[in-house]
Ligand binder design. Structure first.
Ligand code: AMP
Ligand code: MG
Length: 338
């Protein structure tokens, strides 16, 4: 599985080679660093006049991402999330401010999307076993039992005490649909604090750009074709914002000719149907990450309605039939290549 992720990551990097190519600006140095984090390939490109400043910014940004991953990965025994899950139905758990922040924002995303985004979907995810050796289609009984544990409204965040409590014994949270966005935002904040004014961050499709390219032109971002790994389905020019894609191709297995992928409809326990990918453009990666996962669950019409109702948020949605749908704010700004 890891190998697949790496291959996919390399494909994305190649793809983004297009994006990061930029006219040389005298005095500007291009510094890049790539690491395997959060089960994906993370690539940051910084443009800086001072090599030392750029390198230090990169070092601090990667340190921060590693620190946050260690708090938020539910598969890591020592993480805050693992501690919260172990104490479900028993006791509130004191966690880091960042964990509190992500959980609180995730619950807001749950409310905002009518429960399409639900971090308590973890017991259902565990049954499907995406990305593990135990991938399988669960029985209807198993799913029904796990679904009884899914309800983001049973997650209690106590800001004053700094604790998170899962009310229902056996329930668990999984921040996979949102953690990368949060972490990319934090890394971007570090770069900005170090004085970086032109940079590009990509964590396996969770992308944030700072400023413009050094020559003043916008970043050109390719949206991956959900069925042809090597192809780009759309190109968009962006400055100072985030663009995040959720796709049924990122983590899936095929059984009996059916593709079972990792974005679960919390109302059924089965992978959400109808779409192949949802790309959301937003001022920050957290918002884009939550909305791309939720949009995938909501389906074309409800996802577009939600996006259109929100200021500063746009989307490019590819339905299962391969059609590309673009929100009104992006009309004329996206080049569709299919
Ligand atoms: P993304 O690639 O951001 O769409 O995130 C997909 C990941 O989010 C999955 O691998 C799960 O960890 C998690 N997930 C799946 N379904 C949901 C859902 N309905 N709400 C929140 N997180 C989910
Ligand atoms: Mg997401």
């Amino acid at each position: 599985m890891k190998k697949n992720v790496i291959l996919y990551g390399l494909a994305v990097l190649l793809l983004l080679g297009l994006t990061v190519r930029t006219a040389r600006v005298p005095g500007e140095k291009k510094l890049a660093r790539t690491e395997f984090l959060m089960d994906t390939i993370v690539n940051i490109v910084v443009f800086s006049r001072d090599r030392q400043v750029g390198e230090e910014a990169l070092r601090l940004a990667f340190n921060e991402m590693e620190r946050l991953e260690a708090l938020l990965d539910r598969h890591l025994d020592t993480s805050d999330v693992a501690k919260i899950n172990r104490a479900a139905g028993e006791a509130p758990v004191a966690v880091a401010g960042e964990t509190l922040d992500v959980v609180r924002k995730s619950l807001q995303a749950g409310a905002q999307t009518g429960g399409a985004f639900d971090i308590t979907v973890a017991p259902v995810l565990s049954l499907w076993g995406f990305g593990t050796d135990g991938e399988k289609v669960p029985s209807a009984e198993e799913l029904a039992k796990a679904l009884r544990l899914v309800d983001f409204q049973k997650v209690m965040v106590n800001e004053t005490a700094g604790t998170v409590f899962l009310e229902t014994k056996g329930s668990e949270i999984d921040l996979g649909g949102i953690a990368k966005g949060y972490i990319v935002d934090r890394a971007a904040e570090i770069l900005l604090a170090q004085g970086v004014t032109s940079a590009y961050l990509d964590a396996g499709g969770d992308i944030r750009v700072i400023g413009t390219k050094p020559d003043g032109s916008p970043w050109r971002i390719g949206v991956r074709h959900p069925r042809n790994r090597r192809d780009v389905i759309a190109v968009i020019e962006l400055t100072d914002c985030a663009i995040v894609t959720s796709g049924d191709y990122e983590r899936f297995f095929v059984a009996g000719d059916v593709r079972y992928h990792h974005i679960i409809d919390p109302s059924t326990g089965y992978p959400a149907k109808g779409l192949a990918s949802v790309t959301v453009v937003a001022p920050d990666a957290f918002t884009a990450d939550a909305l791309s996962t939720a949009g995938f669950v909501l389906g074309l019409e409800a996802a577009m309605d939600l996006i259109e109702s929100m200021e500063d948020i746009e989307a490019i949605i590819v339905s299962e039939d391969g059609k590309v749908h673009v929100s009104s704010g992006l009309e004329g700004k996206v080049t569709i290549l299919s």
